[in-house]
Design a protein around this ligand. Structure first.
Ligand code: FES
Length: 152
């Protein structure tokens, strides 16, 4: 049956009602209208659903919403400070790090985590860290360029 849960997303406490089996991805998109996080594969293969939980990036399709109560969830919507874009968002624009844009929120959330975790020392390191984020348009060189710029 449907249960009530409380999630802390982008610094705001949100209450929702959903079945315990609902993924964090579906809770964000369907229950909280945070549609910036994308659903590509829904089974951990594409990275489109990447968000941060307690500062660590995860595939939100692979975790249940109910298990993430009491944690700090950040989505792409939480990255900009009002009208001021996050440096990673600016870098993606500057370097054309997207074409169709579907994978971009996940790419950016992974890019932010990549730099924060100190895994952006070389292009090879960036490619390795970002390898779980697929881009069908093949914007990989530009994505790496964006992450590289923020890391410097
Ligand atoms: Fe979660 Fe593809 S939708 S990894």
């Amino acid at each position: 049956g449907v249960t009530e849960m409380t999630l802390r997303v982008n610094g705001t406490v949100r209450t929702l009602r959903a079945e315990p089996r609902v993924s964090l991805l579906d809770a964000l998109r369907e229950n909280l209208d945070l549609t910036g996080t994308k659903k590509g594969c829904d089974y951990g293969q594409c990275g489109a659903c990447t968000v941060h939980v307690d500062g660590r990036r995860i595939n939100s399709c692979l975790t249940l919403a109910v298990m993430n109560q009491g944690k700090e969830i950040m989505t792409i919507e939480g990255l900009a400070k009002g009208e001021v874009l996050h440096p990673m968002q600016e870098a993606f624009i500057k370097h054309d790090g997207f074409q169709c844009g579907y994978c971009t929120p996940g790419q950016i959330m992974s890019g932010v985590a990549c730099v924060r975790e100190g895994k952006a020392g070389t292009d090879a390191e960036i490619r390795e860290y970002m390898s779980g984020n697929l881009c069908r348009c093949g914007a990989y060189p530009n994505i790496v360029a964006a992450v590289r710029e923020v890391a410097r």
